[in-house]
Write a protein that binds this ligand. Structure first.
Ligand code: PEP
Length: 256
């Protein structure tokens, strides 16, 4: 099945509101109205930048969506410092990243927490970009597929096929994130195929064939071509290269 690629920019904790307005305007200035025929695009800036980024993209009549980098699994209440799904939905977000390895490693995010966030997002009609990926130790041990597929199963536990269908999985080997070290196209393809096989076991082949599996980890204009030709790689979750309009636009154009 032909899946429409998704290019998702993860700005991480970069760009003040002023800087976000400049960067979104730079992307918007290079926007071509034919892009959406071939590729879906979403930018995931810090929470404070969501509204300004959405305003720029809407004002310029682009079909570039905005999403959050994280959400909390409860709709409201005494959860100091957290942001809920209804809050990002009101801004116009279509999705949120969940379970990024930086959140798992630095902020103690667990598989159970990720699962709660996925359920909260799909219940509200948003989709989750579920990040999974192994450490270098796991890869060297030879248990990458088992490790990553267990993360997928945990993230989608109790989610039904109808809810899962819009969701996205991002395979991000931890050793490749922000390191300049990319998985080879063969390594990326092998794990993305294993993820799709797991999705097929959970939700059936038809749903799994329609779900997008992204690669993330030092994707850049130099390696995007060889990654995107892999049959199970349906786009990218992009950190560093999404922080400059020129490189992010080159990644979008690689999908045309
Ligand atoms: C990421 O943050 O999800 C990521 C893949 O970062 P980078 O592209 O910088 O490796």
């Amino acid at each position: 099945m032909a899946r429409k690629p998704l290019m998702a920019g993860n700005w991480k904790m970069n760009n003040t509101i002023g800087e976000a307005v400049v960067l979104t305007q730079e992307i918007s200035n290079q926007y071509e109205k034919e892009w959406p025929e071939s590729v879906d695009i979403v930018i995931c800036p810090p929470f404070v930048d969501l509204k300004p980024a959405k305003t720029v993209f809407d004002f310029d009549k682009t079909k570039i969506a905005v999403g959050a980098q994280n959400v909390y699994g409860e709709p409201a209440g005494a959860f100091t410092g957290e942001i809920s799904v209804p809050m990002i939905k009101e801004i116009g977000c279509t999705c949120s990243i969940v379970g990024h390895s930086e959140r798992r490693e630095l902020f103690g995010e667990t598989n159970e927490g990720v699962n709660k966030k996925v359920k909260a997002l799909v219940a509200a009609g948003l989709y989750a970009i579920v990040c999974v990926g192994e450490s270098l130790a796991v890869r060297e041990e030879g248990t990458t597929d088992e490790y990553v597929c267990a993360q997928v199963r945990a993230a989608f536990a109790g989610v039904d096929a109808r809810e899962a269908t819009t969701c996205v999985v991002a395979y991000e080997p931890i050793w490749a994130i922000g390191t300049g070290r990319t998985a080879t196209p063969e390594q990326a393809e092998a794990v993305c195929a294993a993820i799709r096989a797991t999705l097929s076991e959970m939700f059936g082949e038809e749903v799994a064939e329609g779900m997008r599996v992204l690669y993330g980890g030092s994707m850049n204009p130099g390696n995007v071509g060889e990654l995107m030709v892999q049959p199970n790689v349906d786009g990218g979750l992009i950190g560093g290269a999404s922080l400059k309009a020129a490189s992010f636009v080159q990644l979008i154009e690689a999908c045309l």
